[in-house]
Design a protein around this ligand. Structure first.
Ligand code: FE2
Ligand code: FE2
Length: 138
């Protein structure tokens, strides 16, 4: 992938990470039901991971000579309140993130080891998020 295209792709991912962090924190704040407190704690931890991903992406974008975006991907800001809704929304969003980072991982191969390993690390986190949400669902 050409460098400018890679910067654009990483910025799109960054805007999504911003939205993911906001979404998890909002869901943690509004969740109701018998397990609300425990689940909210976990959602906040996932939000911290999403913030870490955003920070990692900012570093990589800057290293490539780009400017990190401050945009928030609005499509990812889906409201939910009950445990069932929250798990459904976030499972779908994590699946989207996994697909995105898989395709970025392939493209990153030409851009050097640090970018590749960063994307690989983020991808693994997203897979763990998905696994954990699946476990909460049962
Ligand atoms: Fe993320
Ligand atoms: Fe995630």
């Amino acid at each position: 992938m050409e460098k400018q295209k890679m910067i654009k792709a990483l910025n799109d991912a960054l805007a999504q990470e911003h939205a993911c962090q906001i979404r998890y924190l909002t869901h943690a704040a509004v969740i109701t039901g018998p397990y609300a407190q425990a689940v909210a704690g976990r959602l906040k931890e996932i939000a911290e991971d999403e913030e870490k991903h955003a920070a990692q992406l900012r570093e990589r974008i800057t290293a490539l000579g780009g400017t990190p975006t401050m945009e928030v991907a609005r499509a990812e800001l889906i409201f939910a309140r009950t445990l069932k809704e929250i798990l459904e929304v976030n499972l779908k969003e994590e699946e989207k993130a996994i697909t995105l980072y898989r395709s970025l991982l392939r493209a990153a191969q030409e851009e050097g080891e640090i970018l590749y390993e960063t994307i690989e690390e983020i991808l693994q986190d997203e897979q763990e998020h998905k696994e954990e949400l699946e476990r909460l669902r049962e």
